[in-house]
Design a protein around this ligand. Structure first.
Ligand code: FUB
Length: 329
């Protein structure tokens, strides 16, 4: 365990390692952050995401936002996950009945992204992985919501390197492309989690994201269509589904009264950051709301060498979220 400086809003939480994809939660009265741990390498970059070659996870925590950041060190390594071959991408964590769960995507030994789960008695790990990935799981970027009635939902999915296009028939089709520009975009997937949080309750369903008239957001609508990094939080009885638009580099959101949707598109949360990817989480701590996100400022713009940051998030009276410019322009 190592302690670092008190973080400032919109500055890197830590600089001793590259971090990305922050999933923040309040556990035991503190903020815990579950990021990806980016590796410093010079291998080529491509649309398949081969440059994101991460091999382990660290956990960060803060007693509050005026306290030093703690790095709890390595909490799970690729070599300890029997079913995984490479690329530990964006994780999330959840808590239920005395157990902490870390959900994470990785490629299996056939190169197909799956989602695994590991458990710990502490939010700071270490985490012990289940021997196999979650049956019926695919693609990337798991995010878990434990609802007020204790039913847990797992949201996931990502285009391109995340392989969501390849699952349109329900089977993995290695050559499948995404829908045509004028067809409905692919939505993220959602499944209920079983009582023990270790498996899906039934097959995952596709979430529909619609515009203000109830028409599906189209695949060619790159300012609004889902790309990757889903996150769901609840505010005043509404479910907020937020996600990255990928090619247009925004974080946007849609709302619903139902955790499984359909969700109605609302607007932009975060304008583009330095670096290609944008990925986030939203958490309430001591009656304020915070956005955790990343950019590539710590490496002067190298896409796979990112740093996690936070900033306060504000709702308008009508429940919409105020757009944030991370560089204050
Ligand atoms: O960190 C690897 C991938 O980049 C994540 O899974 C995506 O959401 C994007 O941030």
């Amino acid at each position: 365990m190592e302690k670092f400086d008190v973080p400032k809003p919109n500055h890197p939480l830590v600089t001793h390692i590259f971090t990305a994809d922050p999933s923040a939660h309040v556990f035991e009265g503190k903020i815990y952050i579950y990021p990806s741990h980016d590796l410093d390498h010079d291998s080529p970059s491509n649309d398949n995401g081969d440059q994101y070659a991460m091999e382990d996870y660290h956990v960060l925590s803060l007693d509050n936002l005026e306290s030093p950041v703690v790095d709890h060190g390595q909490v799970l390594h690729l070599k300890d996950i029997p079913w995984a071959s490479k690329q530990l991408w964006a994780p999330d964590a959840a808590y239920k009945e005395g157990i902490y769960f870390l959900y994470f995507p990785a490629r299996d030994h056939d190169g197909i992204f799956r989602i695994g789960v590991a458990t710990s008695a502490s939010p700071a790990g270490t985490f012990i992985p289940q021997p196999t990935y979650i049956a019926g799981s695919y693609s990337i970027d798991p995010a878990v919501l434990v609802d007020d009635d204790n039913q847990a939902y797992i949201y996931f999915g990502g285009l391109w390197g995340g392989q969501l296009e390849k699952w349109q028939t329900g089977n993995f089709e290695p050559e499948a492309a995404g829908p045509a520009a004028e067809a409905p975009a692919l939505g993220p997937r959602v499944a209920g989690l079983s009582e023990d949080m270790l498996s899906f309750e039934g097959a995952p369903r596709e979430i529909s994201i619609v515009d203000e008239n109830g028409s599906p957001i189209l695949a060619g609508d790159e300012d609004r269509r889902f790309f990757e990094g889903p996150w769901v939080h609840k505010h005043n009885g509404w479910y907020y589904l937020s996600y990255s638009t990928g090619t247009t580099h925004k974080l946007v959101y849609a709302v619903s009264r139902n955790p499984m949707g359909p969700f109605t598109f609302k607007g932009t949360i975060l304008t583009p950051v330095i670096g290609w990817t944008t990925h986030h989480s939203i958490v309430r701590f001591q009656d304020k709301w915070y956005l955790f996100y990343h950019d590539s400022s710590l490496s002067d713009g190298v896409n796979h060498k990112r740093c996690v940051k936070y900033t306060e998030l504000h709702y308008n009276e009508d429940g919409t979220i105020r757009t944030i410019d991370p560089y204050g322009n």
